[in-house]
Write a protein that binds this ligand. Sequence first.
Ligand SMILES: Cc1cc2nc3c(=O)[nH]c(=O)nc-3n(C[C@H](O)[C@H](O)[C@H](O)COP(=O)(O)OP(=O)(O)OC[C@H]3O[C@@H](n4cnc5c(N)ncnc54)[C@H](O)[C@@H]3O)c2cc1C
Length: 371
Amino acid sequence: MAAHYDVLIVGGGIAGLSLASALAGTCAVALVEAEQELAYHTSSRSARQLIPSYGPPVVQELTVRTLELIAARDAELPEPVLTPRSFMLIGSEHAVAAEASGHMRSITPAEALELCPALVPGTFTAAGLDTGSFGCNAPLLLEDHRQRALAAGVDIITGARVHSAQRVGSGWQVGAGMEAFEAGVLVNAAGAWADELAVISGVEKLGLQPYRRTAAIAAVERPLPEHSPMVAAADNSFYFRREGGDVLISPSESVPSGPEDAKPRPGDVERLVATLNKVTTLGIAGVRTAWTGLRTEAADGVPVAGFDAEAPGFYWLAGQGGYGFQTSAAMAELAATQILAGQQASPEAADTGPVSRTAQALAATRWSVRR
Ligand SMILES: Cc1cc2nc3c(=O)[nH]c(=O)nc-3n(C[C@H](O)[C@H](O)[C@H](O)COP(=O)(O)OP(=O)(O)OC[C@H]3O[C@@H](n4cnc5c(N)ncnc54)[C@H](O)[C@@H]3O)c2cc1C
């Protein structure tokens, strides 16, 4: 006997869990995750920073809304998810001007050096600062979503990879691990596997591309002061930020990959350490741990949220790229609204229900996938 739900979410990363908690209590929801643990893939591998000036305009809107929603939730939690942490871009005037947008303001190199004395003077000629940026306690956010979903009766099933899905009548029949499900709406929150899940479901792929990005925690001889901003090179050659007495560092690479359990490649972190030991006085002494995750993007770099116009009841929540946390709450809000409204055809339908400014911005950009 198949278990029946109104909504079956595939993927237990930040996208799927945010939606599960946004839908909690409104209808019968289940979430299935292939791995034994939730958030095993990209969602446990991020840099944990939410940057309102980062990404294309619609991503920036989604980030502002996400920050509003998480801040409202923080007021109810014993420990906050968000901690103020500015974001600083450095580089040539041309590179900083090309990357800086939205909430970022230009600052002088002298001001940048004051904010981050570990930078070597003369290694950059321009800087920008986003003071509206936050550090994100990602494990706490994920756990809060999980608990809210469970408390409202959402079934969360791990170790169950979806291997078959077909449209039957007005719903979906889905096989995951040893289990069988029926659902009115099938949500594709499968991260790097989103196109693969579409194929399994008989739905045309969108051409989503996963890109590798590596990060590491490194020990330093001279730790960064407590309120140091996260610092990123405007030419995307590195970023670093304080992580207690250590630093989190990344070579900011964007290398195409298939969907996989990505691992760091030999030499990537060593080259990064050599670069950072030239442009900073941190004195990176050793790497404690390193990891690689996949940032999955649509061709236009904008996250994908919406019903597939050619596959009734198939909802895409994918392509979050490097913005999966900073857009998560707003994307979930939009997706929950659209799913509950059963919106399939009309952009005006986005006006039904408590739709945010951000949701409208996204809906106007890409209100239904493939139209
Ligand atoms: C180094 C790095 C730094 C980053 N830094 C930031 C940052 O500072 N801020 C930010 O906002 N974002 C950041 N990101 C991006 C962010 O981590 C991602 O956008 C986000 O985690 C994607 O979440 P997701 O839920 O879509 O994917 P995932 O976390 O990958 O979850 C998808 C899940 O679907 C499951 N799945 C796939 N196929 C199936 C199937 N057939 N059946 C069942 N389950 C399935 C997978 O097992 C997986 O657990 C960073 C990414 C990287 C790699």
